[in-house]
Ligand binder design. Sequence first.
Ligand code: PHE
Length: 333
Amino acid sequence: MDPLQQYEDFANAALTALSAATDTAAVEAARIEFLGKKSGRIKTLQDLLGKATAEQRPALGAKFNEVRQRVTAALEARQQELAKPKASLTGIDISLPGEQIRLGRRHPLTQTMDEFRDIIGRMGFTVAYGPELEDEWHNFEALNIPADHPARDPLENFYLATAQAVSGGPVLLRSQTSTVQIRVMEKSKPPIRIVSLGRVYRPDTIDATHSCMFHQMEGLMIGSDVTMAQLKTTLRLFATTYLGRDVTIRFRPSFFPFTEPSVEVDMSWGQGWMEIGGAGMVDPNVLRAVGFDPEEVSGFAFGFGIERFCMRRHNIKDIRRFTENDVRFLSQF
Ligand code: PHE
């Protein structure tokens, strides 16, 4: 038989076997049968080449190479094809890249609060929780805010009309997280070192820096000799850790019924100052309200507005952005 024809027959048989192979084992069997180094059918073709005359050899050699390449290429193609995962649904090529899914992300305030817990946690504060619906004892009485105090004006608070009947006393949306100070002290003994982060509600007129709902981080440290110096160090360290070393923190004498002495805390922002919270040494009346002896223990407390920290960090100019739910805003963080 014409050796060229034998080469062609070899190629045809190999290609047929490969396309009939439906799994990798069958492809491997075909490879051994046709291209196998020891006893593959390609050996016969090599022998033919060996026996060829000098003038047949160039044409035969070229054909040999061509045939071997064709079969090798078909083999590799088949191997790759079978290695691909099979689509279980017709019409779907699962080997194609998928459509891009836009992932959601955590709200900037959630990110800020996570970071707050992290920073203050490193200073030894654990996290405590309290309810957003409060009674007057925790929101006012125990915090040394008497009934005639202007902060208790119904117009300054969100009282709930219906909850009152259920609980027996007036119920309001808490106006400050200082409520959690009381709740923690009622349940635990000094030393205490906690923070509590969450929402507070005030019927403020809404503008770029005020909202009727915002977030606070309350801090409380009670021990046998807690000092104002420790309070200032804690707050300054916390603020510069979150905002960076270039921020200046300022303490101004102030008044809160539940701390004595009291300070208001400001941070530098641009050319001016922005108030970020209040703080002070826990008033003896508050310690007594929860059954602690002011002669035995002292403590400091602070309350920070979380939005304003986040606004300064990210240069957000309007507090309303946080609650508008505009993805163009939210996706930047
Ligand atoms: N609760 C105060 C406020 O909301 C802040 C504060 C907390 C002040 C703790 C002193 C101590 O304005």
